[in-house]
Write a protein of this length. Sequence first.
Length: 90
Amino acid sequence: MNDFEFGIDDLVDGMIAVTWWRSLHAAPLSRVAANLRYHVGAENAKVSGRIDITQRLKRRPTIFNKLEREPTMQLTQMQDIGGVRARVLH
């Protein structure tokens, strides 16, 4: 159980902050994935159909769960908000 008491205003502020933080990562994440897809396709046409590139942005409930599990973590310190993965299929 948490020692902190939160009101509805605190929860709303938290939701707004997390939504804003996620949104800051969405565009750069998409650019990285798009650039990776472009370079794989343009420079490696023979294997481009065998490389799967995906991206993910951590969902809000998952962010809240992580902050709850790690109470000393600041939202701005969370290093796994998003990621791009390239898998080589065979």
